[in-house]
Unconditional design. Structure first.
Length: 345
């Protein structure tokens, strides 16, 4: 099993300096590279201080200058915000600049907040259809001359300029949850990214089941890779694990509030949630996070990850966004590299 880091600039309060936050993001990525992790993933989001990442290609090009070995992945670009020609070209240029280290993750997107601002009137169904049109078009643009007549895009014969450094282009990863998304990815020769979010091991098993079913449906297509993205905290002791679970519970309360898109937003920050708001959430709780997420001392984390390895996951991505301080993120990541990863080598 390979290990990777999934990270963003994460701004919680208006007093946090954005330049410092980016420096801290870079430091975490350097630790991952120096520690022998396989890849670093960062996503695309707009107008949200919760995850600051307006164009992941910019971050990845910069990371290429600060790292030596890690693969550099978009986790993920939001398909409906991209024209196929633009995505093919920008991804190919990033692949060249990063010396062929690019992995291209693509998703339909999750936040109606972003849809309202960049694609007014679009819903999640249309976003998914746009992704299904985008992915094969990008693959064909990388391959050479290609003309497209689709539901959302039409253009005459065009070739990606430039073309990628990697033969056949960077590996494409599709973020999938439902069976149709898994089938689309497998049928189009794409790898799969999955996350159970706040759910536990039952969801991890269910997602792998959907992937296996999709692979069985297309037996003539080479089985792609599947990556599991999970919030992870490697604690010093049981008390520290409880603290980490409480912090992750706060993170998911904010995640849920952004997803519902009902609270006031000013200067890219959502109206603060009170302790009472968090305590009264109908299904998020610190106890639930401790049970469902990969939180605990190194031995506990190793045991949890072994279950995923046994299911057949190819890559485990340490999702470090958590509302924690930089110091606590860094200490957890260092413990993961020192105390957890060697158990899988």
């Amino acid at each position: 099993m390979k290990f990777s880091l999934f990270a963003h600039m994460e701004r919680i309060t208006p007093d946090q300096d954005q330049k410092q936050l980016y420096s801290e993001f870079l430091e975490l990525c350097k630790i991952a590279d120096d520690g022998g992790m396989h890849a670093i993933w960062t996503g695309e989001h707009h107008g949200m201080n919760f995850t600051i990442a307006p164009n992941p290609f910019i971050n990845l090009v910069d990371l290429a200058r600060h790292t030596k070995n890690v693969r550099l992945g978009t986790g993920t670009v939001i398909a409906p915000f991209w024209h196929p020609i633009r995505l093919a070209g920008e991804a190919a240029m990033t692949d060249i600049i990063t010396d062929g280290r690019l992995e291209l993750g693509i998703a339909r997107g999750a936040y109606s907040f972003e849809y309202e601002r960049l694609m007014p009137g679009m819903d999640a169904w249309e976003a998914g259809q746009r992704m299904r049109e985008l992915v094969p078009a990008v693959q064909k643009l990388w391959a050479g001359d290609y003309a497209h007549e689709g539901e959302f895009h039409s253009f005459p014969k065009t070739t990606s300029a430039p073309q990628p450094l990697q033969q056949d282009g960077p590996p494409i990863w599709v973020a999938a949850r439902d069976p149709n998304s898994h089938e689309f990815a497998v049928q189009n020769g794409c790898n799969v990214q999955v996350t159970p979010l706040w759910n536990g091991d039952d969801e991890v098993e269910s997602l792998m089941g959907k992937f296996n079913d999709a692979c069985a449906k297309f037996p003539d297509i080479q089985r792609p890779k599947i990556m599991l993205l999970r919030h992870t905290y490697v604690a010093q002791d049981a008390e520290d694990a409880q603290k980490g679970a409480a912090e992750l519970n706060r993170f998911f309360n904010y995640f849920g509030a952004w997803f519902k898109n009902e609270r006031e937003i000013a200067q890219g920050l959502i109206a603060p949630l009170s302790d009472a708001d968090i305590a009264s959430h109908p299904f998020y709780s610190a106890e639930g996070m401790l049970k469902n997420l990969v939180v605990g001392t190194a031995d506990t984390v190793i045991e949890r990850i072994r279950k995923s390895e046994a299911l057949g996951y190819d890559e485990y991505s340490f999702w470090i966004d958590s509302s924690m301080s930089f110091e606590r993120k860094k200490a957890s990541l260092e413990r993961f590299i020192k105390d957890v990863m060697p158990a899988f080598q």
